[in-house]
Design a protein around this ligand. Structure first.
Ligand code: SF4
Length: 359
């Protein structure tokens, strides 16, 4: 076990030298994390690298993230890592893309203005990784057994971008290889990062769908700082397809801007030009229109005060979500226009692909 962890650390260190990966400015450890080999390994690694380390009784008690203003604290929190133990092993549902959300981490170092984390984990923007992956995977196996003979799908990107932080724990690769041995289990996740190399040799048995989040140039340029460029994502998608993974694209958020029709057509034309036959063999698209909640809107305006992101309640329609939470989506006429245009263009460029849903 120890040898494997050290080998993986070497691979990750080589990888660190080649690309710009997230390196935290400050790391908190929950004491129980040190009872696990991965927790110990991370402690030694960050100590060796001279990154400041603090202990915290629990992630809810994290104190001392530097910053004079809330904005500075937010930016610094996004550069802070908390290494802990996942105690809640009851998984959330993850409709429509999967049955359950598998908790591998929370938070992300990216700065997408519209990010769903503003709603999900808005008040805790630090990155939290879990070291008890074996316990999490045991719970996955139980959920699969409960639904047999149905297939059970697990979404690994509900509370973070797991590819952007894979070099820290290697947990995504463990989950992929675990799922490879589950006849009735499937894994899926989505990323805006191109750091896919450590996952290319994972034994996946085609049980993991690797998706990339893509968008029209306008949206990437104005709203997605801190993520990999479209070109980098596209190159990474080519590598992932060559490694035999089922591939997918999530176009989200579908956003209404001047020239949106040309913008989305151009996106699909570019994908069409770049994707080889292996990428098209088992290709899916998921379409998610832009939405916001009132809480997310106020956090976004605080954190990205110059954002061009339009969030006018009067221009939207209310959609009631879980626990009676109101989300603001596009009115039916606009939503229908987005849906029809995207579906028609996907059909034109990728007639072999499957559109899983529009929401
Ligand atoms: Fe949020 Fe994904 Fe952007 Fe990270 S990459 S900030 S998780 S939308």
């Amino acid at each position: 076990m120890v040898t494997t962890l050290i080998d993986q650390a070497d691979v990750r260190e080589q990888h660190l030298r080649q690309t710009k990966l997230f390196v935290p400015d400050l790391v908190f450890f929950e004491p129980q994390a040190l009872d696990y080999p991965l927790g110990e390994e991370l402690f030694r690694r960050y100590k060796r690298e001279g990154i400041p380390i603090k202990m915290t009784t629990s992630h809810n008690q994290v104190r001392g993230i530097p910053g004079e203003t809330d904005l500075e604290k937010y930016r610094n929190a996004k550069r802070t890592l908390v290494v802990g133990v996942r105690k809640t092993l009851t998984f959330e549902q993850s409709k429509p893309s999967a049955e359950y959300a598998i908790p591998l981490a929370t938070g992300c170092a990216g700065h997408c203005h519209y990010c769903y984390l503003n709603t999900n984990v808005g008040t805790k923007p630090y990155i939290r990784v879990y070291v008890n992956i074996e316990e999490i995977l045991e719970r996955v196996a139980q959920y699969i057994r409960e639904r047999e003979p149905e297939i059970t799908r697990f979404e690994a990107a509900c509370t973070s971008d797991p590819v952007g932080i894979e070099h820290i724990t290697g947990n995504l690769k463990r989950a992929i290889e675990f799922m490879a041995d589950q006849p009735n289990g499937r894994l899926r996740f989505v990323t805006k990062f191109h750091h896919v190399d450590p996952l290319l040799d994972a034994r996946h048995n085609k049980h993991t769908r690797f998706r990339f989040s893509v968008n029209a140039d306008y949206v990437i340029k104005h709203f997605e700082p801190g993520t990999s460029s479209f070109r980098e994502r596209l190159e990474a998608a080519g590598k992932v397809a060559a490694a035999g993974y089922p591939l997918g694209f999530i176009i989200a958020p579908l956003y209404w801007f001047d020239g949106w029709e040309e913008g989305y057509t151009h996106l699909l034309e570019t994908l069409d030009r770049q994707l080889g036959p292996e990428a098209r063999q088992d290709l899916t698209f998921e379409l998610i229109q832009h939405r916001f909640t009132k809480i997310a809107k106020s956090l976004i305006l605080e954190r990205y005060p110059k954002t061009k992101l339009r969030m006018e309640e009067s221009e939207r329609k209310i959609k009631w979500g879980k626990y009676g939470k109101a989300k603001y989506v596009y009115p039916d006429v606009q939503a229908f226009a987005l849906k029809s245009h995207l579906e028609a263009e996907i059909q034109r460029f990728f007639p072999e692909a499957r559109i899983e849903y529009f929401t």
